[in-house]
Design a protein around this ligand. Sequence first.
Ligand code: SF4
Length: 351
Amino acid sequence: MPCRKVHPRPYLPPSSTEVFDREAHLNLWLANPRGFCAGVERAVKVVDELISLVDEPVYVRHEIVHNRAVVDALKSRGAVFVEEIAEIPQGALAVVSAHGAPPEVYRDARAAGLRLFDATCPLVSKVHLEVIAHAQAGRTVFLIGHRGHVEVLGTLGHYDNPAGGGIQVVENEQEAREVQARDPQSVAYVTQTTLEVNSANRIVAVLRERFPALIGPHHDDICYATQNRQDAVRVLCERCPLVIVIGAPHSSNSLRMVEVAREVGSAARLIESERDVEPEWFDELADVGLTSSASAPEHLVSAVVRRIQALSPGLVVRELGAPEALVFKLPSALVDMRARHPTFPLYARRS
Ligand code: SF4
């Protein structure tokens, strides 16, 4: 996957904090990695740059990411969020969100003469390609994920073979025990990218027991960002009885991070902003963990840190773990567009 290095956040190993901890009322441990993943970073950048480049509304199908602060900020700059292509005027400029979309969205967009920029995360596109290959081979596909989630709806649409074994969503182990396949020798599975790793593995194990011929992806569909953020939560939980996750109640990867913390025995709070932080959460606690989901920008973390600092003046803030350094390339249509733009800032053309 194409990538370039980004500057890491400062990292202080835990031992370097011990001298401070003795005097602190509260240690706030910030997880790494946290916050925007490469897919979200890319999607937000696509919309942000289009707004800078054109003098017309930029329509976005579905929330570009599941985060109200990000969506509101883009709205205030000229993005218009819609649920259906039919809501977009003929010929307008439109963006498909990081979650991806079924093929009919692209067909409808072409029919409406839209100038479409695809911000589907490359890791979601990878799952689409797997489904297309299984459909061509006529296999029955089990899509492990949450029924109704926008990414799952997009992935389902890529099974385009009426003569094949079809595609069906499997949400849990019970459903894995009940699903049927037209030909048990010709079955495959894919997963939503933002699942909790262990529960997805349990569902796969049930399917594999029932369908020994089950084919899976060469590399897990659960994306690196989801896994890394969940692993970072587990590390936080080793020292923090309370973990605060900045995210959104309708964001799958936020909910999974909360689930992970609770599974390993820590209390977990999902918040959307610093306004949700309650003073009594910190009573009797020496260590609290803070992290943010793949769709939560870093400025929300800073605001939450300031809020906790105001509630607990003896607060010591420390980073734990190491950040990621992956950046996805922007769509080539956007790169071409900004290269042709006479006044687009040079510094922004380099990435
Ligand atoms: S969470 Fe993973 S799959 Fe989803 S946008 Fe981020 S990198 Fe892509």
